[in-house]
Design a protein around this ligand. Sequence first.
Ligand SMILES: [Zn+2]
Length: 503
Amino acid sequence: MAKTEYEAVIGLEIHIQINTKSKMFCGSDNAEVEEPNVNVCPICMGHPGTLPVVNDEAIKKGLAMALALNCKINQDSKFDRKQYFYPDLPKGYQISQYDLPLAEKGYLEIYPDNITPMQVKIERLHLEEDTAKIFHTKDGVQLDFNRAGSPLMEIVTEPDFDDPAEAKLFLQDLQIIARYLDVSDADMEKGHLRCDANISIREKGDKALYPKTEIKNLNSFRAVENALNFEIKRQTRLWEDNEAPDKQETRGWNDKKKETVPQRAKEGLADYRYFPEPDIPPLVFEKKDIQKIEDYMPALPHVRRERFMQEYGLSYVNARIVTNNPKIADYFEDSMSELQAWLYSLDNTEGSDEEIWTKYGDKVTKMLLSTLTTEVFGLLKENNQDFIDLKITPENIAELITLKWENKLNSANAKKVLRVMFDKGSDPSQVMEEEDLEQVQDVGEIDAICDRIIKNNPDPAEDFKNGKEKSLMFLVGQAMKESKGKANPQMLMDIFHKKLDNK
Ligand SMILES: [Zn+2]
């Protein structure tokens, strides 16, 4: 009998902390601070007799996110009380949304193989307030209410994933969108973006859904992927042993042991006894309210990604790298237009702008991409700096690429120039002049150097003549040294070949 094949059914529940100035239902500051219990007031402390007031900014950001996820905005929406008792919830209930969420039935397209779109359906997006932070110390339980009442949006996907890598990619794309829309910093490590994953297993081809396991405490993208992979193995084994889970379970991820562990299950949905929040009037959205939000939304990452692919001929992977962060996308775009301006202004490029671009555009784009994403990003990482700290302007990076393209700088010296630009924000042609790095382009001069090197190194020259390729590298190295690093290595190789190849 053929071995039964199994597949995973995965859905995500994501909480995103919204970066509003004040909290969801009161005027307390929504900033992250070290000192506990400073950003609090009677409303978010749950004092009796206080009245919550909805934060408009949180609603707008929620709507923007919903639109970005292609959701249907509910014209009528409301807040509900979700009742449960826990020390982190002073009111005894959390203000959330139950049967009329802000938005529902959306989708997001992701590209797991970098080519084919996969549609992930969004079940709902609703707003709610965060709880306090609990610390279990040796002196007992301590509470910090700074986060209590902070605005959250919860996004629930349909169980559309069967591969943990897809779930991770979806989360990463969600993070990028949240940053584009400036609704959140969406940093998983800092708890701005929190994810619970639901997973069950079934025989391949079976359409039924079986009791799922909810995994909590996933605070990095890697944890999401690792925890899901662990659960697939664990649950598949249970299925193979005829012990498939027969009831819903909650497990936590232990990142040190790389395993999930059972957690006390929370009360079922019915236990919450949701009912409409009587102190907050229902929300009603007119078409023009939604239109206003749409008008203010920036171009979304996938729109820019597609445009970069079309306009600059980037691959999906490269387009994704430069559009992951809106600031990098702006920078790349500014650099590209500077680069075009440089290229069109050079004496040795002839023809209309369009002809010049058709001829050289691809090459300079690749040069810019690799300088930016390999060298500049590398320097940022090495120096523990963020992209916004970058001192190199788009104009200067475009000029550096032009100098390389014109062969005025060889790649070793271009790296030296880039380093100075990175440290001081200097202009590349000025650095090139000051440090005397301009590549020697005079063929006669290079030819003379090669003759001298051959004369002074007869043995390696003879070896190369006899087919020892390694000796060529030695000769080129000597010639580079002789030129003080300013020769073009390719030109040197060509000349040595011409002079020494056995014909
Ligand atoms: Zn407050």
